[in-house]
Design a protein around this ligand. Structure first.
Ligand code: AMP
Ligand code: FE
Ligand code: FE
Ligand code: ZN
Length: 282
């Protein structure tokens, strides 16, 4: 039985390994398949596919879109065609919103005498879609904080001094752009949003009604009981099961590809079969 990991970030967003390095690591770890799911971009997919061909690792083209529902939720798109024109308008809009938000954060910091600049961030992270993690890294490298967690806790999390909100693409648009690009829309890490009981049910029902066809039931930090609860909820809503670590390389060093924090992310390749069955019907 092969092992897979269907939630991975590269340097095209806020991961620290290039797409090629990411695939090389997957090969070394003996994973049979990985999905590249960068935040709001497919820029890393092409290089990963080329490396996957060379190294015998199946690479699934994917994306993780931040969508509008409450304070924002994440929808994974798996098996998308990265060249699809269906993705372009939505992603271009999302990236413009992100850039405008980054600029607001950086301007606020500069007004307070913190000498950060967007240009420096982009130079330090070439080809990356920039976000708060890159700003957090800068604060750490420049001695303002001693960890990424502290950067968020003190400055960047919602309610903190340099938090700036951004417009998110509506959930329905996020899901339809994934589906129009040939992908399966997957509810990402459903326990990260603080929903319980009916709130959770309403959330999942809404996602299903919008066209999500799978749910991430295996995820870093989710214990056995949580995984089992999610798998039974998925069955109840007719959703396929997905699973992945949300690997970000050195930016989240406690999370290992294909493993999670404590071995709780161990996704068998049968999960991929289930998703492929659903993909055929999408
Ligand atoms: P952005 O998409 O630019 O708003 O940044 C969100 C990303 O920042 C998430 O995907 C996480 O990778 C990271 N992040 C969010 N909150 C925290 C936190 N409290 N500590 C560390 N990383 C975080
Ligand atoms: Fe991230
Ligand atoms: Fe996420
Ligand atoms: Zn992620």
């Amino acid at each position: 039985m092969g092992k897979i990991d269907l939630h991975i970030h590269t340097s095209a967003s806020d991961g620290t390994f290039t797409p090629r390095e990411t695939v090389e690591l997957a090969g070394k770890l003996g994973l049979s398949a990985i999905a590249i799911t960068d935040h709001d971009t497919v820029a890393g997919v092409k290089d990963a596919l080329i490396a996957g061909e060379e190294l015998g690792v199946k690479v699934i083209p994917g994306i993780e879109i931040s969508a509008g529902y409450d304070d924002g939720v994440h929808i994974l798109g798996l098996f998308i065609d990265p060249k699809s024109v269906a993705l372009r308008p939505a992603l271009d809009w999302v990236i413009r919103e992100r850039e405008a938000r980054n600029e607001r954060i950086v301007n606020a910091m500069v007004s307070d005498g913190i000498p950060i600049s967007l240009q420096e961030l982009q130079t330090a992270n070439p080809n990356a879609v920039l976000g708060r993690p890159h700003i957090a890294q800068w604060l750490m490298n420049n001695g303002y904080v001693s960890s990424m967690v502290e950067a968020f806790d003190r400055y960047l999390d919602k309610g903190r001094v340099y938090y700036r909100s951004r417009q998110r693409i509506p959930l329905s648009d996020a899901v339809s752009c994934i589906r129009n690009a040939g992908g399966v829309a997957v509810i990402a890490h459903p326990l990260q949003y603080g929903y319980e009981g009916t709130e959770m049910e309403t959330f999942i029902r809404t996602c299903v009604d919008e066209g999500c066809r799978a749910m991430e039931c295996i995820y870093s930090g989710y214990g056995r009981e949580q995984r089992e609860m999610l798998v039974s909820m998925a069955a109840e809503y007719g959703l396929a099961v997905s699973g992945g670590s949300d690997f970000h390389g050195k930016r989240k060093p406690h999370i290992q590809m294909g493993w999670g924090i404590d071995g709780e992310v161990s996704v068998p390749d049968s999960v991929l079969e289930g998703l492929l069955q659903i993909a055929k019907k999408c």
